[in-house]
Write a protein that binds this ligand. Structure first.
Ligand SMILES: Cc1cc2nc3c(=O)[nH]c(=O)nc-3n(C[C@H](O)[C@H](O)[C@H](O)COP(=O)(O)OP(=O)(O)OC[C@H]3O[C@@H](n4cnc5c(N)ncnc54)[C@H](O)[C@@H]3O)c2cc1C
Length: 464
């Protein structure tokens, strides 16, 4: 091993937690190296959250064109130009790259482009993108290597060269018939967007219903939405093998409810889960253990089994969201400054950006029942919120689970722009306020927030 270059801190992977840690420590005047093998800033701004929401929004515009006459708009000719959709997305990504580079520059943290792997405790070799290697050593190392789309060991699948979210976001021609393996949020968002652009879309889901971890009424509402938008859904489906090549034509052999069938499409998109990027990076040489799922083993302070090494974000098995990776950064940052923050019991809000949106925080009815937690249920349909009538988006509902001591246990919203309704609910939950704090607020009219008054007025009285 050549003489290592000494840093105060090394960050492996510039995902959400990693880049913020690099900027934080760098701006404190520490000597920081942030190693990145691919796109600076990680998945979110380059190949995941932000570009997918950018494309989802273009699809929303397409749906407005389709619905134009409903709003009194008469248009004669319009068409979807996928190259234009992609160009708008790319422009956003380019702007975000500039923002990231500026932040690195301002903080003084150095970016080292290449593949990093441990060669000894607290020592990382970087196989540089431009050739050659560098060996770096620091007393503090922060791992944020993220995750990638899982390609199941299904006969013919990897040979079919399927799209993942990365390639799907680069499409500049519309698939004729897109088959999507996996009905989780990534699959659902792509399914609706591609359908709205004009592709035929079939979602193949191994569970009995879409969004199967949530409540049945949520699954039913999404399935109805997809039915209305002419998106085919095959549930209880076990993929058996794939023939052909995505882009030129594929056949998916599957069994659904025990019956064998085959599905022919032009393209295949795989959205069946995530695999942590924890292999071939020499963790064993540095005393860093993995869990049985292949995530880096961490305690509730995100400390790994090696002293002076932390892991954050997807690679540490934290719930796979950008906001959670960001929160991981906050926890580690504050603990470095002497706090004692942990991941235990933190809120994990989630949003699925289909249209209308699905937003959830806290307990669902299914979880509460499974855990034997008593609750009172309030539920209102979307048309009860008058704002939805002004924008002709009345599909969906709000529901809340309320405890006997008037706390909010959980909140689920399916409706237009409901992702933004999560924050007030989260504040009430975090501050241990009663649900009446939202019910009795003066809320501007006509807004989606007014729904809180109707929803929380519908909480049944306590049983005496
Ligand atoms: C299509 C899609 C849409 C999504 N939408 C949302 C959303 O709307 N909201 C949300 O909250 N979450 C969303 N997510 C999830 C979110 O993108 C991830 O949870 C988040 O990006 C994880 O961030 P991270 O910090 O763990 O690391 P990542 O962003 O995964 O970054 C890890 C970085 O480490 C680098 N790296 C890995 N190994 C090495 C190595 N050995 N050497 C050097 N560099 C390395 C990688 O190249 C990568 O840049 C979405 C995911 C997908 C796939």
């Amino acid at each position: 091993m050549s003489n290592p270059e000494i840093y105060d801190a090394i960050i492996l992977g510039t995902g959400e937690a990693g880049k913020f840690m690099a900027w934080h420590l760098g701006s404190q005047g520490q000597r920081v190296a942030a190693i990145e093998k691919s796109k600076i800033g990680g998945a979110c701004p380059n190949v995941a959250c932000l570009p997918s929401k950018n494309v989802v929004h273009s699809a929303k515009v397409a749906s407005y064109f389709q619905r134009g006459s409903e709003f009194g708009m008469v248009h004669s000719q319009w068409k979807v130009d996928m190259a234009g959709v992609r160009a708008r997305k790319q422009k956003m990504i380019d702007g975000l790259q500039e923002l990231h580079l500026n932040n690195f520059h301002k903080s003084g943290a150095e970016i080292v482009l290449g593949f990093g792997h441990f060669v000894a405790e607290r020592t990382i070799q970087v196989d540089l993108r431009d050739g050659g290697t560098r060996t770096l050593r620091a007393d503090r190392i922060f791992l944020d290597t993220g995750s990638r789309a899982t390609i199941d060991p299904l006969p013919g699948l990897s040979e079919a060269n399927p799209l993942t979210h990365v390639e799907a976001l680069e499409l500049d021609v519309l698939p004729e018939h897109l088959i999507i393996l996996g009905g989780g949020y990534v699959g659902l968002e792509f399914a609706q967007a591609m359908r709205r652009f004009g592709a035929r879309v079939t979602v193949v889901e191994r569970n009995p219903r879409l969004a199967h971890r949530g409540d049945p009424d949520v699954s039913e509402a999404i399935e109805q939405l997809f039915h209305d938008e002419d998106i085919q859904v095959v549930t209880n489906a076990v993929a058996q093998r794939v023939e052909g090549i995505s882009g030129s034509g594929v056949t998916l052999h599957l069994t659904s409810d025990g019956v064998a069938s085959e599905l022919k499409g032009s393209h295949l998109l795989v959205a069946t889960g995530r695999t942590p990027n924890t292999q071939n990076i020499g963790l064993e040489l540095a005393g860093i253990e993995l869990t049985s799922n292949g995530h880096i083993k961490v305690n509730e302070r995100l400390e790994t089994t090696a002293p002076g090494v932390w892991a954050m974000g997807d690679c540490a098995g934290s719930p796979h969201f950008t906001h959670i990776s960001f929160n991981d950064f906050h926890i580690v940052r504050d603990n470095l400054a002497g706090a004692n923050r942990t991941t235990t019991g933190r809120q994990v809000p989630s949003c699925t950006f289909i249209d209308p949106e699905l937003a959830e925080i806290g307990l669902t009815e299914t979880e509460a029942s499974k855990r034997g937690i008593p609750y009172r249920l309030a539920r209102i349909p979307m048309p009860a919120i008058l704002r939805t009538r002004t924008i002709s988006e009345t599909r969906g509902f709000l529901k809340a689970l309320v405890s006997d001591d008037d706390g909010i246990l959980g909140f689920t919203a399916f409706g237009p722009e409901v992702a933004d309704l999560l924050v007030p609910v989260q504040v009430v939950m975090a501050a241990n306020l009663p649900y009446t704090a939202l019910r009795d607020l003066v809320i501007a009219h006509p807004t989606m927030g007014e729904g809180f008054i109707s929803l929380f007025s519908a909480v049944p009285a306590k049983k005496l």
